[in-house]
Design a protein around this ligand. Sequence first.
Ligand code: MN
Ligand code: MN
Length: 456
Amino acid sequence: MELKYTRKNVYKEVDGKELEAIYNYAEGYKSFLNNSKTERDAARAAEKLALEKGYAPFSFGEKLKPGDKRYFINRHKNVFLIKVGTESVEENGIRIMVAHVDSPRLDLKPNPIYEDSGLCYFKTHYYGGIKKYQWTTIPLALHGVVMLPGGKSVEVCVGEDESDPVFCITDILPHLGAEQASKTLASAISGESLNAVIGGLPSVGDEEDKEAVKSAILKLLNKKYGLTEVDFQCSELCLVPAGRARDVGFDASLIASYGHDDKVCAYPEMTALFESESSPHTLVAVFADKEEVGSDGTTGAQSKIICDVIDTIACSLGANPIITRYNSKCISADVTAGYDPEYASAYEKRNSTYIHCGAAVTKYTGSRGKSGTNDAHAEFMGWLRDIFEENGVIWQIGELGAIDVGGGGTVAKFFSNLGIDTVDVGVPVLSMHAPYELISKADVYSLYKACLAFCK
Ligand code: MN
Ligand code: MN
């Protein structure tokens, strides 16, 4: 019997075979990540994988039966994967796993295009908590959809193919940057200055045209997509860091990428669900949108649609939805702040989660004395520990940073507010919300094993 608790490093615990499994799993994850930069992209990628696994579209009126596999995509952005088990959902509840698939980025404003001093720009409005200076002077790709008059939609993705152009936000050169350098990090780059260069080739022939570059760009866009300037008012277009996920370190033990938060949790949930076809439990994976801006709206975790889908499943199986929810269990899978020795003062090191140390359990989040959080009760924590230990899941527990340094929240509380026992289990991340976030291959694999244990 171990009297003292010691955190385990996954890479020190596993044998060669499991190490290979960890590295192999990371390849599938990177591929999903590269195709899931926005929530719309992630919903499309999840749909493709679900169809490959024999999942069929869910409809609200249908009668479900054990063995059914369904998916529901709410307004192109919010995904539900449903696998119906053999046991009674009223007695045993539904096993729910939730993650979010939106990530911080720069959205285009409704009237985004303007020309100044021979260059054409997109005006942006940042989405989610970003450090603005990190988004200048990096290659950006444009993802999203534009509605043309009459209901036709046009998908846009520019900047991901090596042969594509990218977009870029400028910064002042250090030689002339003394005034900027005297400002604080938070104020040096303003939100209104996050304007991306989108072209500079003027149209010729009309000497009177004061916006010849903008005219030329609009001509290009009209030719390629059939759109005119006013169509941007009915669009959702996002600038995200261009490029693909990359291994980090000589040993390739980590992955750097845009959007680990929270695709690094969505992918383990989804793959664990796909692997759990023979589980007696009814399993539901939810990919929520809008987490980075408060989970509001029709596609966010606060939307009533979440409860409606769960209740519809229960009713369709002949169960009382209230009792079903009461007996359900939920893993809210979201990233947490991994301990970063470079910024040690932001953490309390005995209660932090560490890179390579496995699935990161967070009993509560919140700020200013645990305000605004789910707090998984001891009985539920004990239940979770037992299933993790029985299934060889390497896991750790920690808080999101030191007390009163800041804080944060996840969608956990929106599920526990429905009367469902919920706990945060995720992956520790370094440089969270940066254009290039860092995670450990061992940790995403550990979360996959944790989700498998939960589904079993
Ligand atoms: Mn998150
Ligand atoms: Mn986040």
